[in-house]
Ligand binder design. Structure first.
Ligand SMILES: [Zn+2]
Length: 114
Protein backbone atom coordinates (compact mmCIF):
# COMPACT_ATOMS: atom_id res chain seq x y z
CA UNK A 1 0.00 0.00 0.00
CA UNK A 2 2.69 2.52 -0.95
CA UNK A 3 0.47 4.36 -3.39
CA UNK A 4 -0.34 7.98 -2.46
CA UNK A 5 -3.86 6.80 -1.47
CA UNK A 6 -2.36 4.07 0.72
CA UNK A 7 -0.10 6.57 2.45
CA UNK A 8 -2.98 8.95 3.02
CA UNK A 9 -5.18 6.15 4.39
CA UNK A 10 -2.38 5.05 6.71
CA UNK A 11 -1.91 8.61 7.99
CA UNK A 12 -5.66 8.95 8.59
CA UNK A 13 -5.51 5.84 10.78
CA UNK A 14 -2.06 5.85 12.28
CA UNK A 15 -1.69 9.36 13.53
CA UNK A 16 -5.03 9.70 15.36
CA UNK A 17 -5.52 6.07 16.40
CA UNK A 18 -2.05 5.43 17.78
CA UNK A 19 -1.68 8.83 19.43
CA UNK A 20 -5.13 8.56 21.02
CA UNK A 21 -4.77 4.94 22.14
CA UNK A 22 -1.43 5.69 23.81
CA UNK A 23 -3.06 8.52 25.77
CA UNK A 24 -6.09 6.35 26.61
CA UNK A 25 -3.91 3.46 27.81
CA UNK A 26 -2.01 5.85 30.06
CA UNK A 27 -5.29 6.98 31.65
CA UNK A 28 -6.82 3.44 31.49
CA UNK A 29 -9.80 4.73 29.53
CA UNK A 30 -11.72 2.67 26.96
CA UNK A 31 -13.27 4.50 24.02
CA UNK A 32 -15.57 3.95 21.05
CA UNK A 33 -13.96 4.63 17.66
CA UNK A 34 -16.47 5.26 14.87
CA UNK A 35 -14.72 3.76 11.86
CA UNK A 36 -15.26 3.91 8.10
CA UNK A 37 -15.56 0.42 6.61
CA UNK A 38 -13.35 1.06 3.57
CA UNK A 39 -10.53 2.17 5.89
CA UNK A 40 -10.97 -0.89 8.10
CA UNK A 41 -10.77 -3.03 4.95
CA UNK A 42 -7.56 -1.26 3.87
CA UNK A 43 -5.96 -1.55 7.35
CA UNK A 44 -7.64 -4.33 9.33
CA UNK A 45 -4.59 -4.59 11.62
CA UNK A 46 -5.37 -1.20 13.18
CA UNK A 47 -8.99 -2.13 13.82
CA UNK A 48 -7.86 -5.42 15.41
CA UNK A 49 -5.37 -3.54 17.57
CA UNK A 50 -8.09 -1.20 18.85
CA UNK A 51 -10.40 -4.10 19.73
CA UNK A 52 -7.55 -6.07 21.33
CA UNK A 53 -6.75 -3.02 23.48
CA UNK A 54 -10.32 -3.16 24.83
CA UNK A 55 -11.81 -0.34 22.77
CA UNK A 56 -15.13 -0.52 20.96
CA UNK A 57 -15.63 0.07 17.23
CA UNK A 58 -18.69 1.89 15.92
CA UNK A 59 -20.07 1.96 12.38
CA UNK A 60 -19.55 5.26 10.52
CA UNK A 61 -20.62 3.92 7.07
CA UNK A 62 -18.48 2.13 4.48
CA UNK A 63 -17.56 5.04 2.19
CA UNK A 64 -18.34 8.03 4.43
CA UNK A 65 -20.88 9.17 1.85
CA UNK A 66 -23.52 11.69 2.72
CA UNK A 67 -26.53 9.71 3.96
CA UNK A 68 -29.20 12.20 2.92
CA UNK A 69 -32.08 11.12 0.61
CA UNK A 70 -30.64 7.65 0.10
CA UNK A 71 -32.62 4.42 -0.25
CA UNK A 72 -32.81 1.74 2.44
CA UNK A 73 -30.69 -0.45 0.12
CA UNK A 74 -27.97 2.20 0.05
CA UNK A 75 -28.08 2.46 3.82
CA UNK A 76 -27.74 -1.33 4.05
CA UNK A 77 -24.81 -1.27 1.58
CA UNK A 78 -23.03 1.23 3.82
CA UNK A 79 -23.88 -0.40 7.14
CA UNK A 80 -23.74 -4.16 6.62
CA UNK A 81 -20.22 -4.57 5.14
CA UNK A 82 -18.88 -2.21 7.80
CA UNK A 83 -20.52 -4.27 10.55
CA UNK A 84 -18.98 -7.43 9.02
CA UNK A 85 -15.52 -5.83 9.01
CA UNK A 86 -15.96 -4.73 12.62
CA UNK A 87 -16.85 -8.34 13.53
CA UNK A 88 -13.77 -9.58 11.65
CA UNK A 89 -11.69 -7.22 13.80
CA UNK A 90 -12.87 -9.28 16.77
CA UNK A 91 -15.65 -7.18 18.23
CA UNK A 92 -18.52 -8.97 19.92
CA UNK A 93 -21.88 -7.63 21.02
CA UNK A 94 -23.82 -4.66 19.72
CA UNK A 95 -22.17 -2.32 17.21
CA UNK A 96 -23.07 1.35 17.74
CA UNK A 97 -23.51 3.47 14.63
CA UNK A 98 -23.09 7.11 13.65
CA UNK A 99 -24.65 7.56 10.24
CA UNK A 100 -25.61 11.20 10.45
CA UNK A 101 -28.99 12.49 11.55
CA UNK A 102 -31.05 12.15 8.34
CA UNK A 103 -30.28 8.44 7.90
CA UNK A 104 -30.51 7.43 11.54
CA UNK A 105 -34.33 7.20 11.75
CA UNK A 106 -34.33 5.19 8.49
CA UNK A 107 -31.90 2.66 9.96
CA UNK A 108 -33.93 2.34 13.14
CA UNK A 109 -37.10 1.77 11.11
CA UNK A 110 -35.33 -0.87 9.00
CA UNK A 111 -34.02 -2.62 12.10
CA UNK A 112 -37.48 -2.58 13.68
CA UNK A 113 -38.96 -4.41 10.66
CA UNK A 114 -36.10 -6.89 10.29
ZN1 LIG B 1 -17.86 11.55 9.52
Amino acid sequence: MNTPEGKRARRRWLVPALAVTAALAKERVRATFFVIGSQVEAHPEYAKRLVAAGHELGNHTYTHRRMVFVSPDTVAAEVEPTNALIRQAGQRGEIPSRLGHPAAPLVRRRAAHA
